[in-house]
Design a protein around this ligand. Structure first.
Ligand code: HEC
Length: 128
């Protein structure tokens, strides 16, 4: 009985934390527009649909370079400790990809507007 209560409380705690994440980030609706102008040329949000870059379906929380059907660069494959958390995405996308990960095939100069970046990452978090 007591064990169950503790589990329930732990679960409630986790759920509460997850629920606050989108609130901390930006406006997913606006982020959809940012995605269209900045990323859609090379990325699809459909599961299993790779373009020049890998599908970004479910990217938030995914380990870097782990889609089985995409041919990643050695530079990205080498980032074995990277997980695409909102923080990691923030660091990665706020600067030229060639700085964040020298040798990457992603030719992107970075998004300097912090609001657009927050909105975008919020949008990416909805792709499940
Ligand atoms: C000019 C094409 C291009 C644009 C624009 C671009 N990307 Fe990429 N992206 C790529 C390529 C190519 C890769 C694979 C990189 C590698 O293997 O080194 C990639 C990889 C990624 C990854 C790693 C995915 C994984 O499975 O590990 C993320 C995350 C990502 N891009 C996000 C974005 C976002 C968000 C934007 C828009 C702000 C964006 N990219 C814009 C081409 C692009």
């Amino acid at each position: 009985m007591r064990y169950n209560l503790r589990n329930t409380m732990a679960l409630a705690f986790v759920l509460a934390r997850v629920a606050t994440l989108p609130a901390m980030a930006g406006d997913a609706q606006a982020g959809n527009d940012v995605f269209k102008t900045e990323c859609a040329e090379c990325h699809s949000v459909k599961e299993g649909r790779n373009k020049k870059g890998p599908s970004l379906f479910g990217v938030v929380g995914r380990k870097a370079a782990t889609l089985p059907d995409y041919d990643y660069s050695d530079a990205l494959r080498g980032q074995t400790t990277w997980v695409w958390t909102p923080e990691q995405l923030h660091t990665y996308l706020s600067q030229p990809a060639s700085h964040a990960n020298p040798g990457t095939r992603m030719k992107y100069d970075g998004l300097s507007d912090p609001k657009q970046l927050d909105d975008l990452i919020s949008y990416l978090g909805t792709l499940h």
